[in-house]
Design a protein around this ligand. Structure first.
Ligand code: SF4
Length: 462
């Protein structure tokens, strides 16, 4: 499906590195950030310690565009952090790109954050009353203000106090002096991994970003864990606990890379299982001829469906990977053209066939409608759309950009009506209770945008 048209978007990915010996840290940061490009394509940046001073470089653009220069340059350092960002509509400003570096009464520090605080409005209005001035619309800046306002006598205590004010989702890395701080919220909304090799400690949103640096000894940062990495070693403590865990189930359905491990689960295996469950829900496979995916988001679940059903898995849609990041789509005609530029049917495969078409989710239905039209025009006899996500019905307050309730097609149409709207012969979603069977410790997940069971209610500033 065309990522620029009808996909739920992630806000970001983060990386932190500490080394006990001097290395080219900016270059080291490039590779894991490159591996996390799928988590944000609008901006990238790094902060690192250079001769005792914190330096930050960031800009709008892809990792290779913004940070490619560091592949050519040698800059020795021992600690740094990095960030890739996707911005919401109207928020694509360089000021919002992270890391955010600041000088305050506790010294120079820089932060990179994945997630959203569900009480950011409330905290912002309280801080504004006290005279705080915000330089960007990203709520990550709040952390810096809270640290600066803290009356605690050490930076570490001020940081811990700050973390206890925050609600919602935060996987964060911070650099101050020669220290790397790594934090994950007590409910564990967003993934975060940490690993080591020969004096090098790396943390990142997904394990694929550690693999690229050949770090194989890694683990998930625990919900509520605060880790400090410096030349004395690695110190960890649980700063807060929560009875309820709320790991984002959408991370495993769609956001994370299939070769990653997150939440101690293989993304690939869980998507295969989603496909298998979809096939079991459908029952008798003899009514279909083949299974195919909407590449790339539906690939692994489609394979799982094929394995379970015994149907052939075919590559009936070709994806053009060279179409760039985004399009301005003022009309339906141009929207169709944009989908056509990205996805094209293989006529020889689809002609006369009854097709199971697997994708991860169906949000507004606009892109699915175009894809079904393309496949039917190429001769497909029947299209049965299967989604490895349940019906998306509500917003996310924890770092995912879900369209408004009014825009979400599942709020106004049932699956039969959706099928009619997109021109498919049937549409089926993976129900929430079946999705849960694909995860170990399924109660430790958030399913709120599917079932309206919000782990933390957002707090407004009023
Ligand atoms: S509301 Fe949806 S997207 Fe947001 S954290 Fe929960 S499952 Fe993930």
């Amino acid at each position: 499906m065309n990522d620029s048209i009808d996909k739920i978007k992630h806000y970001c990915g983060i990386v932190g590195i500490h080394s006990t010996t001097e290395r080219n840290i900016p270059q080291d940061l490039f590779f894991p950030l490159f591996s996390l490009q799928h988590r944000g394509q609008e901006g990238a940046g790094i902060s690192y310690l250079n001769n005792g001073k914190l330096v930050t470089y960031k800009d709008l653009g892809m990792v290779s565009e913004v940070l490619g220069r560091y592949l050519e340059e040698k800059r020795t350092s021992t600690v740094g952090i990095g960030h890739v960002r996707y911005s919401t509509t109207g928020g694509n400003l360089v000021e919002n790109v992270q890391p955010i570096q600041a000088s305050c009464n506790k010294g120079d520090l820089s932060i990179a954050h994945n997630g959203n605080f569900s009480n950011s409005e409330l905290l912002k209005s309280k801080l504004t009353e006290k005279g705080a001035i915000f330089g960007c619309t990203s709520d990550s800046e709040l952390v810096l203000h809270l640290i600066a306002h803290s009356m605690q006598d050490t930076f570490y205590k001020a940081l811990k106090e700050t973390l206890c004010y925050l609600e919602g989702a935060f996987s964060m890395v911070m650099v101050k002096d020669n220290n790397l701080y790594v934090m994950r919220d007590p409910m564990g909304f967003r993934p975060l991994y940490i690993g080591h090799k020969d004096g090098l400690t790396v943390c990142a949103s997904e394990s694929c970003a550690l693999d690229i640096l050949d770090i194989t000894d890694y683990r998930s940062v625990l919900p509520g864990e605060l880790i400090v990495v410096n030349d004395d070693g690695i110190n960890s403590e649980i700063f807060a606990t929560s009875k309820r865990k709320a790991q984002c189930s959408f991370e495993l359905i769609y956001f994370a890379r299939p070769d990653s491990e997150i939440f101690d689960i293989s993304v690939y295996e869980s998507r295969l299982e989603m496909g298998r469950v979809l096939a079991r829900e459908d029952g008798d496979p003899s009514q279909y001829d083949l299974v195919m995916s909407v590449p790339d988001s539906g690939n692994t679940a489609a394979l799982g469906y094929a394995k379970e059903s015994g149907l052939n898995y075919e590559l009936g849609l070709t994806r053009n990977h060279y179409t760039g990041r985004s399009f301005i789509l003022p009309s339906q005609e141009k929207r169709e053209l944009a989908v056509k530029m990205k996805l094209h049917p293989v006529k020889e495969i689809v002609k006369g066939k009854r097709i199971i078409l697997v994708d991860d989710s169906l949000v507004r239905g606009t892109t699915s409608k175009i894809i079904v039209k393309l496949l039917k025009a190429a001769g497909a006899k029947e299209i049965h759309v299967r989604l490895s996500a349940p019906e998306v019905k509500g917003p996310c307050f924890y770092g995912i950009d879900v369209p408004t309730k009014e825009e979400l097609i599942s709020n106004s149409k049932n699956p039969e009506e959706i099928a009619k709207y997109i021109g498919a012969d049937s549409v089926k979603f993976l129900p929430v209770d079946k999705l849960k069977t694909c995860y170990k410790n399924s109660n430790d997940f958030c399913y709120a945008c599917f079932n309206n069971d919000y782990p933390v209610e957002p707090k407004t500033g009023k």
